[in-house]
Design a binder for this molecule. Structure first.
Ligand code: SAM
Length: 410
């Protein structure tokens, strides 16, 4: 039987690869022939008495460089003997290997991993003899063997049959789940209390819905706290347009909210309302009887381009825009005029959730969680707290605007 996935490792240290692979689940997968790993030593493709694989760098400088001839000879010999492969050079000067790359590589039948040593391999190998280059992180190792093993393990465990329980890979950190490539929720096992450290009670409740919600919430919190870089990015220009949709009941606090927002962001503010009055005298107000008029007014207001727009969503009375889809129309207008899609913040979850929202402020502990998570596929963030006051909402909205405009900031 031939293995479903074969790795061909090119190295100066085959023993380092072979000894690591002897144990654990990968070792078992090798025995069961689910995966195969062949190692090829560059030295076997040299022709001098000393089996020389390296030479001094052109242009001078410290260190030695692995020569092109033994590397290409090794590649060609293995290709001829066992067939073609997807060739990967492991090197720090490359895009980062991650879970997406592992998932992509796990679909291939044969993968070649070329390990460097010293200053690396003659760059003509990168230029002409490999399909891609991968780095396992922003640090420098002495050789490519650990990088190759990292790739082998991350890729092989995604192949069917390699892990005892196939569900183990579902929902793991960095796996693209419904809500994005987040970190996984925490895990606990017996005893229930250890030196006063207790397991969260919900996990012992037997209520699978509550457990699911708790896990999703924890995954979200962890990701946001520990890996803010995993938040979906969006290039937001200086002429950012934000639309905050407020639920009907937030109408009462709209005036306060806008006043607070104004203090907290440096962006000009405007209110767009279909009809009726909105408190907040200092603000630019665009009022319109219907969508057509609203569009016209938005266009006309380009000179003073309202960049933060509070769109009152509500089925609850005058002064509100009834249709969430109106929001999308507005977005289209502004996208067309300003050459970029505006940012949409949804404050609280209404019964009907408009699509295309970038940020959601949702009470994660309440029932709309699921919708919130679904929405988060296209959303930038979910806040775990539901602000109670206009100042609370304004603080969150202002913080979100800051984060979205400067994704690297904490
Ligand atoms: N001079 C190289 C540089 O500064 O980019 C570093 C060479 S390193 C000492 C020797 C070999 O280790 C590389 O050719 C590569 O195969 C491997 N290596 C080192 N760090 C790596 C990383 N972060 N990812 C993948 N391979 C790495």
């Amino acid at each position: 039987m031939s293995a479903g996935l074969t790795f061909e490792v090119f190295t100066l240290f085959p023993a380092a690869i072979e000894s690591f692979l002897a144990g654990g689940l990968i070792g078992k997968a090798l025995t069961q022939e689910l995966v195969a790993v062949h190692c090829t030593d560059y030295r076997d493709f040299t022709h001098d008495r000393h089996r020389t694989v390296d030479d001094t760098p052109y242009g001078g400088g410290a260190g030695m460089v692995i020569k092109i001839e033994p590397v290409v000879a090794a590649l060609e010999a293995v290709t001829e003997e066992r067939g073609p492969m997807h060739r990967i050079l492991v090197t720090p000067s490359a895009p980062r290997f991650d879970q997406r790359a592992a998932e992509r590589l796990a679909k291939l039948p044969r993968i070649g991993l070329l390990c460097g040593r010293y200053e690396g391999i003659d760059d003509r190998v990168r230029e002409s003899y490999v399909d891609e280059c991968l780095s396992i992180g922003d640090f420098v190792l002495n050789g490519g063997e650990v990088a190759a093993l990292t790739i082998i393990e991350a890729v092989a465990r995604l192949r069917e049959g390699v892990l005892g329980n196939p569900d183990s890979v579902v929902g793991e950190s960095f796996t693209l789940a419904d809500h994005g490539p987040w970190l996984e929720h925490p895990h606990y096992t017996r005893p229930v209390a250890y030196r006063g450290h207790e397991v969260p009670k919900v996990l012992m409740s037997g209520d699978h819905r509550a457990i699911g919600q708790w896990r999703a919430e924890e995954a979200c919190r962890r990701t946001w706290a520990l890996r803010p870089d995993l938040r979906p990015r969006q290039s937001v220009g200086e002429r950012l347009a934000c639309v905050a949709i407020l639920p009907g009941q937030a109408q009462d606090v709209l005036g306060d909210l806008l006043r607070c927002l104004r203090q907290k962001t440096d962006l000009p503010l405007a209110v767009i309302c279909k009809r009726g009055a909105v408190e907040g005298a200092e603000l630019v107000e665009l009022r319109a009887r219907d969508l057509k008029e609203l569009r016209r007014r938005v266009r006309r207001s380009r000179q003073q381009a309202p960049q933060v727009v509070a769109l009152v969503d509500g089925r609850s009375g005058p002064g509100c825009v009834d249709e969430p889809s109106l929001l999308l129309d507005l977005l289209e207008i502004r996208a067309g005029e300003e050459g970029g899609r505006p940012l949409v913040l949804l404050v609280s979850l209404g019964e009907e959730l408009p699509q295309g929202v970038d940020a959601v402020f949702a009470p994660l502990s309440s029932s709309p969680l699921q919708e919130g998570l679904e929405l988060a596929q296209s959303a930038q963030m979910i806040e775990s707290s539901q602000p109670k006051t206009a100042t609370g909402v304004a603080t969150l909205v202002a913080a979100a605007i800051r984060r979205l405009r400067h994704p690297q900031s904490p």
